[in-house]
Design a protein around this ligand. Structure first.
Ligand code: CU
Length: 98
């Protein structure tokens, strides 16, 4: 148990170091389609002020790391974070919501 806690702390620290310096807002959405081969996910989501999206919408996002898609499947309610970059919008974090 203690060892697990240490591992979890190490993982959290690593993630914190890798995280962008700016804080992204977590957005609630639903997975509509997954294209793991292309590293893309289609998400339906509500307004996302941090991305300049004021209306609910369904759109395709690139995924920073295709492995992120292993944690979710079509139909899942999710929380995600995304950034806008030269190639469009990229999901940097996604997890199953409750
Ligand atoms: Cu959008």
């Amino acid at each position: 148990m203690k060892k697990l806690a240490q591992l979890t702390t190490a993982a959290a620290l690593t993630l914190a170091l890798l995280a962008p310096v700016y804080a992204a807002d977590s957005i609630s959405g639903e997975v509509k389609k997954i294209d793991a081969a292309a590293g893309k996910v289609t998400l339906k989501h509500g307004p996302a002020k941090s991305l300049g999206m004021t209306e609910p919408m369904t759109m395709v996002y690139q995924v920073k790391d295709p492995a992120l898609l292993n944690a979710v499947k079509v139909g899942d309610k999710v929380k995600f974070e995304a950034v806008e970059d030269s190639s469009g919008y990229t999901v940097t974090k996604i997890e199953k919501g409750k």
